[in-house]
Design a protein around this ligand. Structure first.
Ligand SMILES: [Zn+2]
Length: 244
């Protein structure tokens, strides 16, 4: 896409397009994985995964909207318990891209007990970093994989690193690499990846069952840094317009 002079100008142009009878770009669906009732993994410090997912999904959405990219927010309010409804909402909105936000864990036998503030908790050092997933059942696998690779590449260039633990040849893992260099696996039967009628990627932003990963996530700059790299990756694979 042709480069525009400045993101403020770009947002302004998007705002006046309907007045000129010109269609706006299609929205990007940002999905906050899990819900308040079914909150996913439990972090090393005892926090539910959904809290991290909702926070990062909101940060990414705000950044994209600030760049003039329309966003469909899915599951951000924590009330979406019907998994199938997530791709349905994106499909009905005609989204150009679907990104599901999660935070990762590990297999139960890798956990060890520990105590923090008088609470009995579980943590693991097995797995650290981000992982990306695409489904070979998605109708746009080539574009999904191109974007997952672009996200991984952008994250790596910013100092983040991919986790290897989903490739381990054990029950519950054993995922096939789609792009090992950039941390991308195939996960064909994930509902939000296979039922979406547009390219779709799932990002596990960090391993929250790992104390070091979670401590980094608790620093205020972490989610904005991840969001900035996600936006760069989406731009690099043309899922959103190229911006300065
Ligand atoms: Zn999850």
């Amino acid at each position: 896409m042709k480069r525009l002079p400045h993101r403020c100008c770009y947002a302004l142009i998007l705002a006046i397009l309907p007045c000129l009878g010109i269609a706006q770009p299609k929205p990007v669906a940002i999905d906050a994985g899990h819900s308040m009732a079914h909150s996913g993994a439990v972090s090393a410090y005892g926090k539910p995964e959904f809290a991290y997912n909702a926070a990062l999904a909101a940060t990414i959405s705000d950044l994209l909207v600030a760049q003039g990219v329309p966003v469909i927010k899915i599951g951000h309010d924590g009330k979406m318990d019907d998994l199938k409804k997530r791709p349905q909402l994106a499909n009905a909105a005609g989204a150009a891209f679907f990104l599901s936000i999660h935070h990762d864990s590990a297999q139960p036998h890798y956990f060890k007990p520990w105590q923090w503030q008088g609470k009995n908790l579980q943590h693991t050092e097995h797995g650290s970093g981000f992982s990306l997933f695409v489904s070979r059942k998605n109708p746009y696998l080539t574009n999904s994989l191109a974007c997952a690779s672009a996200l991984g590449k952008a994250l790596k260039q910013a100092g983040f690193y991919p986790s290897q633990h989903h490739a381990e040849k054990i029950v519950g893992e054993n995922k096939e690499w789609a792009d090992q260099e950039n941390g991308v696996f195939y996960y064909d039967n994930l509902v939000v990846l296979k039922s979406t009628a547009m390219p779709a990627v799932l990002l596990e932003a960090a391993v929250i069952a790992n104390r070091q990963d979670e401590e980094k996530l608790q620093t205020p700059q972490m989610h904005p840094s991840i969001a900035a790299e996600v936006a760069k990756g989406l731009s690099a694979c043309n899922a959103i317009p190229t911006l300065h």
